[in-house]
Design a protein around this ligand. Structure first.
Ligand SMILES: [Ca+2]
Ligand SMILES: [Ca+2]
Ligand SMILES: [Ca+2]
Ligand SMILES: [Ca+2]
Length: 559
């Protein structure tokens, strides 16, 4: 109820006349729509884009991009865009050009051979009146150099009647092989699936998997749209979060191969008070990172509510307030920290430092436009005040959306027609962040759902501070990608001192919504020119310290 009253307050604030141009000048980031110059078009024109992943598939140091679509009349099928130093060309491998209703896409080294395989979470569809068929979940083996072979049949992770949504990687049992966490669509028979039960597929080695969902304690009938795995109770073992309508839950790893729901998690993360919900009101994306430098991972949730232009809704931030008896305590600080209600869906969410000032910002998969230029909605971290991180978004003021006319539209279809024509705002399902041009500034890719609109490669040219990229190469029972490693950045000379902590996050792939990220973690460093880096390997496999690391480089730490 409280949130609702705040929404009304914000509604009246936003109803003030727009100052467009002046507001655009205040926007603290600079993004360029770089899809054309980077070569994504015409390949990515006319797609129903619904999933995307970054990953360096050929080991040349440049991020490649896989885009998944919803197979529909007129839409192109899934595509791999291969990067040559930041310029993309459409890869011609027919095997990858499949018809899916793709939501989750991740590049993942599932056999620890040093190259990235590919997994796609998708909802199967039998041919209907439209004659269009789509495959369910699919897996491709990288045979080296980014040449892929379809191994979806009989691998155990691509059941025929399973409506896969977002995907996250984790090594839940500590055997050094990455397991898959795949959400299932909440509406039974919306696709070729008869269940709404998310799955954990355990990696048995040799690219063979088994469904261990029930055996490890993930109950039946828990669908999920967004997924994320991270160690939220600092015991070295990956925990996970599911979000779906009415089912935001945190599960903790018992370190013996099972999960238990964190006590009280359903109540803490319950998303009530949003008026006459229903319809496609959905909690969608989830992302973990430490936003207040206390060494505890906080969590942000994204939303895909039915008609936010009528009734705005904020993406939510929960601070991790400490761990008691192995269970983290979370506090909803959304309104206290400035995450203002959004008048549009913003399903994907990431915590990343877009201006490299050392404070991680919160991005929504939502863009406003002024004079044709994109202003992605990013809540910029303003630092800590009175013990709380403060965030501010400056994108909304750049144009008058939603004006009274926009707000009066009740029909979703009419609204979207207007939205596409007026070019004032757009949102996307996926919005994976990655530095595609290797300049140390984090870029964003948003696959577009409307065929007459365009996907956005948002090149970040924001003047900013120093940065550091860290990746971890596992061996000896730690997965090769280093997923699950905790990376902590300290001011030089302060390693291990909580007062010197600048950044803290887990190496993670597959978070937010419908998005796959590279296993390279990025930290803004502000003015720091050298820092100390501590890597805590998962499952108690040890700690690696690197002191006096120079800023503005990509550091690979080997186990
Ligand atoms: Ca844990
Ligand atoms: Ca924290
Ligand atoms: Ca920042
Ligand atoms: Ca960049």
């Amino acid at each position: 109820m409280r949130l609702y009253s705040v929404s009304l307050l914000m509604l009246s604030l936003f109803a003030l006349p727009s100052r467009g141009a002046d507001e655009a000048k205040k926007y603290p980031f600079v993004f360029v729509d770089a899809g054309e110059e980077a070569g994504l078009f015409p390949a990515l024109e006319a797609i129903k884009g619904h999933g995307a992943a970054w990953g360096d598939i050929d080991g040349d140091g440049w991020l490649d991009l896989y885009v998944a679509t919803f197979a529909a009349e007129g839409s192109k099928l899934n595509m791999l865009m291969r990067s040559n130093k930041g310029k993309f060309t459409l890869d011609d491998q027919k095997a990858l050009n499949i018809a899916t209703r793709g939501t989750g896409v991740v590049f993942a080294d599932l056999d620890n051979d040093g190259d990235l395989d590919l997994y796609i979470g998708s909802m199967p569809k039998a041919p209907g009146k439209d004659g269009i068929t789509s495959r369910g979940c699919s897996m491709f083996r990288n045979d080296g150099g980014g040449k892929f072979t379809d191994i979806s049949q009989d691998n155990g992770a691509c059941p025929a009647a399973f409506g896969g949504r977002s995907v996250a990687l984790f090594d839940f049992d500590g055997d050094g092989l990455l397991d898959l966490l795949v959400g299932e669509e909440p509406i039974v028979k919306y696709n070729g699936s008869t269940t709404k039960s998310s799955r954990i597929f355990r990696n048995k080695g040799n690219l063979q998997f088994e469904d261990v969902s029930r055996a490890v304690g993930l109950p039946e009938n828990i669908p999920w749209l967004g997924v994320s795995a991270a160690d939220v109770n600092n015991d070295g073992w990956p925990d996970f979060f599911l979000c779906a309508p009415g089912a935001n839950r945190l599960f903790l790893n018992d370190r013996k191969g099972k999960f238990v729901e964190a006590e009280g998690s359903a109540a803490i993360f319950d998303w009530k008070g949003l008026g006459a919900a229903g319809g496609d009101n959905m909690v969608c994306g989830v992302c973990f990172a430490d936003v207040n430098r206390d060494g505890l991972l906080d969590v942000v949730l994204g939303q895909h509510f039915s008609r936010p232009w009528n009734e705005p809704v904020a993406n939510r931030l929960y601070l991790n307030r400490g761990i008691k008896n192995g269970v983290p305590t979370f506090e909803d600080v959304t309104t206290k920290v400035g995450l203002s209600p959004l008048y549009m869906k913003a399903p994907h969410v990431e915590i990343q430092d877009f201006d490299n000032d050392g404070w991680p910002d919160i991005s929504a998969s939502l863009v406003k436009f002024h004079e044709g230029k994109p202003y992605p909605v990013i809540f910029r971290h303003q630092g800590i005040k009175d013990g709380l991180p403060q965030f501010r978004d400056d994108a909304w003021g750049v144009n008058d959306f939603p004006n009274a006319e926009d707000k009066a539209i009740k029909s979703t279809g009419t609204f979207f027609d207007t939205m596409i024509k007026s070019k004032k705002v757009i949102y996307s399902a996926p919005g994976p962040v990655g530095d595609y041009n290797n300049d140390g500034k984090l870029d964003i890719f948003m696959a577009n759902w409307w065929m007459e609109s365009r996907s956005l490669l948002l090149k970040n040219t924001t003047p900013g501070g120093n940065w550091l990229k860290v990746q971890v190469e596992g061996a000896k029972d730690v997965n090769r990608m280093g997923v699950g490693s905790r990376v902590k950045i300290y001011t030089a000379g302060k390693i291990g001192d909580p007062a010197g902590l600048i950044g803290c996050r887990d190496i993670a792939v597959g978070f937010g919504y419908a998005s796959g990220q590279s296993a390279v973690t990025h930290f803004g460093l502000g003015k720091e020119e050298t820092v100390d880096v501590e890597v805590i390997l998962p499952h108690g496999k040890g700690t690696i310290a690197k002191k006096g690391v120079k800023a503005n480089e990509a550091l690979t730490i080997k186990q």
